[in-house]
Design a protein around this ligand. Structure first.
Ligand SMILES: Nc1nc2c(ncn2[C@@H]2O[C@H](COP(=O)(O)OP(=O)(O)OP(=O)(O)O)[C@@H](O)[C@H]2O)c(=O)[nH]1
Ligand SMILES: [Mg+2]
Length: 328
């Protein structure tokens, strides 16, 4: 099961206490109480493992190590170890206390979220000409604490959407090395699956039905995974009695979830075209083309139609890499 939304509590380490100490040498009774170590900080580290949030499925609270108490011999206490929590790229980290959010977009990126408390000063720090044997010291400060919601929004280039059973997973498996489960019943795919087409990331999103935005079927929570996707591949089965109604139903559900979804570049595929007589297929295709001229017939058993979709994928891939070059 893909874990894509979890809430955890985290605390940074407390600072170690300072201490009161004196030189044991009879002739030099100066203060020797050192400073406690600082508490460990908390960082999030972005990884390309999209399943990384599973680490927070059961354990819900995490803490960085506290700083160690100071030495009595002028040696500062050891700093507490930092806590590095892994989260997949595409994770939005909502700080539920400050209301700030951070997005992890680059693999390896390390983001500080909570600071450890400062170590307390020992009596050595309080010496002065008028007080050569100070007894003052400080306790370590508490580390910052926080409550965070980790919401994964996959960063894919192409999102596959449509009614259940429209052939989305079959398509993903053909054009990529993914092994998304395929079966002749609705809701075979229960969570998003990713595949890579020469570096282009395609996300297979579980089927949507009318009312999904109000929770019907599997709901639309998975649509968050295509909120950042530039291109939508919309699959409509040629077996459908009314492909235009199907098309509009899905568009409505997408819009209800997030109006930005219907502003994305959309390619429509009349899938499983081999299951209906050619004349009927042509009629359905013509009707869909009125909705979106970027409509193509598709059959998983017809290499020619697959090649046509690959051409679109190649075009998207080229655009993406050109865009990357310009950014660099
Ligand atoms: N004849 C024919 N059958 C197809 C084609 N594409 C998919 N199928 C079959 O249609 C059924 C559903 O395919 P899936 O790929 O699981 O459909 P899906 O859209 O991923 O479905 P959900 O995961 O339930 O949303 C399976 O039995 C596939 O073998 C096609 O082009 N032609
Ligand atoms: Mg599927």
């Amino acid at each position: 099961m893909l874990i894509d939304d979890v809430t955890i509590k985290i605390s940074a380490g407390k600072g170690g206490d300072g201490v009161v100490g004196f030189d044991k040498n009879k002739f030099a009774l100066g203060p020797t109480g050192a400073r406690g170590g600082n508490g460990g900080n908390v960082y999030f580290v972005a990884t390309d493992d999209i399943g990384a949030l599973r680490a927070y499925r059961h354990q819900k609270s995490f803490a960085a190590e506290s700083g160690k108490i100071a030495g009595y011999d002028l040696r500062d206490g050891r700093k507490g170890r930092d806590l590095e929590l892994r989260a997949p790229i595409g994770t939005v980290i909502h700080n539920l206390i400050t209301d700030k959010k951070i997005e992890l977009t680059k693999v390896g990126e390390k983001t500080l979220v909570l600071k450890g408390g400062l170590g307390g000063r020992g009596n050595w720090f309080f010496r002065s000409p008028s007080n050569t044997t100070p007894k003052e010291f400080e306790v370590g400060k508490e580390g910052q604490k926080g409550k965070f919601r980790l919401e994964l929004k996959l960063i894919a280039d192409v999102g596959l959407v449509g009614f259940p059973n429209a052939g989305k997973s079959t398509f993903l498996n053909i054009v990529t090395a993914a092994k998304s489960k395929v079966a002749n019943y609705p809701f075979t795919t229960l969570e998003p699956h990713l595949g890579s087409y020469y570096g282009l990331i395609i996300a297979d999103i579980p089927g949507i039905i009318e009312g999904a935005s109000t929770g019907k079927g599997l709901g639309t929570k998975f649509l968050r995974h295509i909120e950042r996707t530039k291109n939508i591949f919309h699959f409509i089965s040629a077996e459908s009695e009314d492909p235009v109604a199907d098309y509009q139903t899905i568009r409505t559900e997408l819009e209800k979830h997030n109006p930005d979804l219907i502003k994305k570049t959309e390619y429509v595929f009349l899938s499983k075209i081999d299951t209906v007589p050619p004349q009927k297929a042509q009629k359905k295709l013509a009707l869909l083309k009125k909705e979106n001229p970027n409509t193509l017939p598709l059959s998983s058993i017809d290499d020619e139609s697959i090649e046509k979709v690959k051409k679109i994928l190649n075009k998207i891939k080229d655009q993406r890499f050109i865009a990357k070059k310009v950014v660099k």
